[in-house]
Every structure is written in C-alpha cells, then in structure tokens.
Design a binder for this molecule. Sequence first.
Ligand SMILES: *Cc1c(COP(=O)(O)O)cnc(C)c1O
Length: 395
Amino acid sequence: MDFRMKFDVPMSSPDIGDAEREAVREVMLSNALSMGPYQQRFEQAVREFCGAKHALAVNSGTAGLHLGVRANGWTDGDYVITTPFSFVASTNVLLYERITPVFVDVDPATGNIDPALVAEAAADLNASGARAEKWLPARGFRAGGRLKGILAVDVFGQPADYDALNGTARDYGLTVIEDSCEALGAMYKGRPAGLEASVGVFAFYPNKQITTGEGGMIVTDDDELALKMSAMRNQGRARGDTWLEHTYLGFNYRMSELNAAVGTVQMSRIGTLIANRQRVADWYSEELAGLDGISLPGRAATTTRDSWFVFVIRLAPELDRTDVIRKLNALGIPVRPYFAPITDQPYMRAMFGYESDRFPVCADLGRRGLAIPFSGVMTRDQVAAVGAALRQVLG
Ligand SMILES: *Cc1c(COP(=O)(O)O)cnc(C)c1O
C-alpha cells in the first residue's frame, strides 16, 4: 500500500493558529517592528514559565549559545568539554571563539553527555601532560590550554545529568552552559530545563516545541551575565548607551517584533503544545510496541518530563538503515538519520583530524538512529500509517 494515497505525513509541522497570524498583523500595522512591546511580553512569558530571573530574546538558538560562551569568558585557546552527539551549533559556538572542544562519549540510553566521562576528562585535563593528551584531538588546537567549562546538550527533549555535571564543575572551578534548544518544557528532577547552568538557551526553529520562524531565548539567574548578554545582542550597547555608543564588542542578535509576536502567542499555549507532543509519543509507543527490529526511545530516571523534540527509534544492528529509509520513502513516509557524530562532519575532520568511531557509543547511536515523522499536530491516523509502513518494511 502507498500511504501517500491516504495520508500526507510530513517530517514535522509547526502548530500555528489564527492568534499567531493576528498578532503578526497587529505588529505590521504598528510602528514598532523591533525592540517593542512583544519582545518584552515574550521574555516575560518565558521567565514566568521557567521561573528564570532573566530571559533575553535573540534571533536564533545559535546566537544565544554564542553570547553565553562570550559572557562566560571562554576564549581563544581554552578547553571546553562537550558532546559529539548533537546538532553542530553546540560545537560551532566554541569554534567561533577559537576554543578547543574536548569531546567525551555519551550515555547509550539517552544520547546525553556521560557525566562520569566528563569527571574523568576534567581530572586528566587538570593534570595536563600525557593524561590530558588522550582527550584532545589529533591536531588543529593549541596545546596547554586551560579547561574553562562544560557545554552540555539536552538531547531530543531530555535534560543532561546536571547534578553530576555541576559537581564536576565545582571540583575544577568550571562554568556550565545548558544547550536546551531541544528541550523547552522538559523537567530534570522536577526542575525546568534551561536553568541548570550559568546560562541556558532555547531555540524556536519551526520543528522545535514552540516556533517563532527563527529565534532563540537565553535564560539565566545571574544579573551580571544578563546585563552583558543583553548589551552584546544589541551591538554592544550597555544600559545608558545612546544608539551610537557601544561599551562592548557586540553583535546584531536581536529578535524582531514579528517573531516575538508569534512567540508570545505560542507561549500562551505552551502547556497544550507540550501535552500534544506527549500524546503523539504515547500513540507511537502503543503503535510500535513489540515490533521486531527496532527499539523505542529510552528515558533517564532524572527526566521527570520529556518535552519530545523528535521521536527517534533505533534500528537493530543487523538492519541496513539506508535500505530501510529507501523503502519507507518509497511508501511516502519521510524519515531522517539522527545524528551523525559532530566529529564526523567534513569540516571537523579537516580541522582536528578525527577518525570515525573515536566515540563508540555516539557512533553506534549515529548509525542506528532514525527520526520518524513527529509533531504535536499529528493525528492518530497518521501515527497508524507510519506504524503500518514500518511493519511492512521490517516485517
Ligand atoms: C536547534 C538547535 C540549536 C540552535 O538552533 P538555531 O537553528 O540556531 O535556532 C542548537 N543546538 C541544538 C542541540 C539544537 O537542536
């Protein structure tokens, strides 16, 4: 059966309604297209939702992470421990500042950075010499750098293990950044994702839990970091600077009012948007239970709410993923491999000389992971169509 005949199942779909369209129209009819009331309302909504002291809207998640790196004072030649199992932006923000990313492998259940390996790497990098070398890339970095921090990623909607990571950070005087670009609305031990580190960042590309088209939001409880990042997103203008006074080297990372209007309306529905994602994930769990050849996403004991960025199944090692993808696509079901290790990307190999399989858990997840169509607006019938296609291909 060709499932295209009956159902059009996109890889992901934003949940945009009349209220979002009306808010954009209202901005278009006003004089305030940037730095207006919607930015403040959007920031307030995220602040209240997470219980953060500060929220700063920016024009992408990547921009937010970049400001977090700069505000923490991580700089040229420093070492920062991070994960190879992520979207490339979490590493790129380190490379923008000529920081050496020190990769460690991940937890096989969640794909999140392994806190035991982070502790081991921190101890060895602190000892320097031969002990430090085994964690570093083959080439392309400055030797003798200082370990400054940990950049962890909340992969697929589950927070990394921050109690353990923050323990290591305290032991070695490090700061931590939480890339929560896939985890708005998730909970770690009953606490909201985004607030487990000095700086947390959410992202609002159309496949995320909420969207603004493009956009991001920084959250922090630290007054000083908030002031710095607020100035740096706005061309380095500190509070009290005029339009042509620039206290800091800054960027234009501001979010427009059009995006902020969409985000404000999306935040007014955040509870429903997350609940809808959970409902679709539950349907998939029912639909795919007991299907040979795949395993369903695992959950860490520390995740008290999964905010479901994507639904990634794992194929049995003996299956040929390329063949499975081709057959599913032929049935009209889009799927996507998720993620190849960052260290396997061509520019990373060229810069640092990484070999494949340097991080075996990450490599294994990268080879077997398959994201299937997922969003909060999927219907039960669409989920059933994906299930039927998988049964046909794997059965
Ligand atoms: C989406 C995402 C980002 C940032 O995305 P932008 O497209 O810049 O908004 C960063 N890190 C991770 C892990 C992501 O999934």
